[in-house]
Design a protein around this ligand. Structure first.
Ligand SMILES: Cc1cc2nc3c(=O)[nH]c(=O)nc-3n(C[C@H](O)[C@H](O)[C@H](O)COP(=O)(O)O)c2cc1C
Length: 339
């Protein structure tokens, strides 16, 4: 079964404005820092955490940190902006949960691609946004799932529940559990791994982040992993492992957009983070599958799988019931990401 969902922005029905008069209160720096501690728990490609924040009164300026850009794996910066979108969504959910109301302005300075968004907040003590609260409560327990999923299929009723979490109308979600589709994607992942690992620059970049313990491995193992990946072409064995993960993922999701620009990609990140939190809530794991999107020819093939012609696939992931619990990965301190 394949489901394609074109989603629309939800009306904010969560604010009980009718009965009582609302009194908005200012937000201070300490309160904003508290919210940002949740923003930085977001997923990011290779755990690069490519974000920075600046506080100005009741505004939080969100920036992309290009010093952490994966220039080889992600030359178009798609994954970088998706990652910043994930952090933005965590910030937004935290704000709503702690009764802040406000707005997000995307790319407020047309001359700057690094200045991704400005979030403006005021405290509304009576605000109660149950949906944000529900999702927010999984921010700490959400982890990327790296192991093989259980073989158990995802029932159609559960697949339907994923739809509301993809809430921005610029972003569409395609879900497929068809075995022939999963095999097509498996083939693309194999081709991508073989091609990428044959490139020493790709291996060096990946090795660097492995060596930083970005994926949660202890220091010694991380350094050994860096040495192996940098010096040996492990493409064949990696392809076998990744192909196995993909074909055994009971459900594959692709987020896609009509526009192929940074703002759309930030919004893809926002939707992806909601989906990750929603899946965590439903007891499911999410496993990004970026390799075919990192190779232009394979990205074109992936686009042809989408139900709407002329659309841009932006992010792909497997979804399923986990067989094991994943560990937390490290994060930069808040001080390191404040400017
Ligand atoms: C845009 C993006 C692309 C990603 N691509 C992959 C991927 O191809 N394979 C993978 O195993 N994890 C991928 N990840 C997951 C990251 O490796 C993970 O978020 C990071 O290591 C932090 O771990 P955590 O999500 O458990 O907090 C991706 C995450 C994002 C946001």
């Amino acid at each position: 079964m394949s489901i394609c969902v074109q989603l629309s922005i939800k009306e904010d029905t969560s604010t009980p404005m009718k009965a009582k008069k609302q009194t908005a209160e200012a937000i201070n720096e300490e309160q904003i820092r508290f919210l940002l501690r949740y923003a930085v728990m977001a997923p990011s490609s290779h755990n690069t955490q490519p974000w920075k924040f600046r506080i100005e009164g009741n505004k939080i300026h969100v920036f992309a940190d290009f010093s952490r850009w994966l220039t080889i794996a992600d030359p178009a910066r798609r994954e970088l902006f998706i990652s910043v979108g994930c952090a933005l969504e965590n910030l937004w959910l935290a704000a709503r949960t702690f009764r802040y109301q406000g707005s997000i302005t995307y790319f407020p300075d047309p001359a700057s691609v690094e200045w991704v968004a400005t979030v403006e907040l005021v405290k509304v003590p009576d605000l109660h946004d149950q949906e944000s609260l529900d999702l927010f409560s999984y921010v700490i327990n959400r982890h990327t799932y790296y192991h093989t999923f259980q073989t158990q299929a995802i029932p159609a009723s559960v697949q339907q529940q994923l739809q509301p979490w993809a809430y921005l109308n610029e972003v569409s979600l395609f879900l497929t559990d068809e075995i022939s589709r999963r095999q097509e994607i498996e083939e693309l992942v194999t081709q991508a791994d073989i091609q990428q690992f044959a490139n020493p620059a790709y291996r060096e970049e990946l090795g660097y982040w492995i060596g930083q313990s970005a994926f949660g491995t202890p220091w010694l193992m991380a350094k050994m992993g860096q040495w192996v990946v940098t010096h040996f072409n492990v493409g064949k064995s990696q392809a076998k492992k990744d192909a196995n993960l993909v074909v055994n993922a009971p459900l594959i999701g692709i987020l896609y957009t009509q526009q192929n620009n940074y703002e759309s990609q930030v919004k893809v990140g926002q939707v992806f983070e909601r989906l990750c939190l929603g899946c965590t809530k439903l007891g499911m794991g999410v496993q990004p599958i970026s390799q075919p999107l990192e190779i232009p020819e394979l990205k074109v093939v992936l686009a042809s799988i989408l139900p709407d012609p002329g659309m841009y696939p932006q992010h792909m992931f497997g979804i399923g019931y986990p067989t094991t619990k994943e560990k937390s990965t490290s994060r930069r301190s808040l001080e390191e990401v404040m400017i």
